[in-house]
Design a protein around this ligand. Structure first.
Ligand SMILES: [Mg+2]
Length: 155
């Protein structure tokens, strides 16, 4: 659990980081360069890491078997993603995603970050997010450096 006080916004107590898989940590099915190392840095920073995917290829668990501490979870719909976030404590959860399937979990999470990068993001996901970034490494960077988060969120 990490507590970040943001002036004019409130206090964030973040325990979980939930990330969409496709278009968020992968591009065309392959991991974005450096993303697994960045996720390990997040984990070392005290966050629990979850990756949600519809697992279309049936290899979700296999994809993360060499990534200790990252829990892969099958969630095939926006509602299933939302239900998962609700089950781990939405008030202590940051969600990261890029598509319409992420909109419902964005609504219940304490903080949501939309990342655009190569596959693009939907306008619905962008409008529901608290923060929009252009690349997953920037989303993780914001979480690792409270000063960046405070500078962006403060009002
Ligand atoms: Mg996606």
């Amino acid at each position: 659990m990490k507590t970040i006080a943001v002036p004019g916004y409130g206090s964030l107590e973040v325990e979980n980081v939930v990330l969409d898989l496709n278009g968020t940590v992968t591009e065309s099915g392959d991991f974005i360069a450096g993303v697994l190392e960045d996720l390990q840095a997040l984990r070392a920073g005290g966050f629990k890491i979850y990756i949600l995917s519809g697992d279309t290829r049936g290899n979700l668990g296999q994809a993360f078997e060499h990534a200790p501490g990252i829990e892969a979870v099958v969630a095939k719909t926006a509602q299933e993603k939302k239900t998962f976030v609700e089950s781990i404590g939405p008030d202590h959860t940051v969600c990261v995603g890029n598509g319409n399937i992420d909109v419902e979990m964005f609504k219940v999470a304490k903080l949501s970050i939309c990342t655009v990068q190569a596959e693009g993001a939907t306008t619905r996901a962008m409008l529901q997010a608290d923060i929009v970034v252009t690349h997953i490494k920037h989303a993780i960077g914001v979480l690792l450096d409270p000063d960046k988060l405070i500078a962006t969120l403060r009002a």
